[in-house]
Design a protein around this ligand. Sequence first.
Ligand code: 13P
Length: 250
Amino acid sequence: MRRKVIAGNWKMHFSPLETEKFLNELVPLLENKAGLDWIVFPPSVSLFKAKEKLNKSFIKFGAQNCHQEQKGAFTGEISALMLKELGCQYCLVGHSERRQYFNETSMACNLKIKALINQGITPIYCVGETLKEREEGKTEKVLKEQITSGLKDINLNDSLVVAYEPVWAIGTGVVATPQQVEEAHKLIRLCLADTVFNQKRAAEISILYGGSVKPENSQELSMLSQVDGFLVGGASMVAKSFAQIGQIPL
Ligand code: 13P
């Protein structure tokens, strides 16, 4: 049985003080919702505050990025080893904003994923096509490339979550249709079975959808057999909306 995950990517929002304020509001709202895996992704400077505030909660937290080396002369970077000490159980890898603005390739993601796995942190590997790629009929090719190179040489029992985030649906208010989501998730799972793991292991991997998810559209998408939860941006920073998105069948 795949775990259902509701994850909130705060991107470059919420300072430590704002994180404290927000979690004070969110934690009580999620009180009776321990059946799902709830994860928040604050910016790195707020991770320590998240650790402090979520100490006694089932809500988990993770980082939005990491460096592939454990330590060294990499000014401005943070390693998986450091994230582990901070209590991160998850880390996003390959978010389209990192691919777009920081030139992150699937091969670079692969190194980060391995570094995280070595520290016992679960990577949430983000994949997704741009509008141009979709219009040119390249969605399948792009997703396959991102999955095969990003997850090269990952072991069968390594902990992993995948997030499908079509770039054209992120922050645009345009949500992918249920059919588009189901098709892409099926393709990703097939690719996981054929090129990364095997069918049995691929069937166990949670695949989340991300891109303009809101309480108004999450119900319909959560009914899809291939959707195991959501990676939410904007709506995850409104406590009530985030909690509402988690009202999905288990
Ligand atoms: P929005 O939900 O704001 O579209 O962002 C999605 C996202 O990028 C989550 O990682």
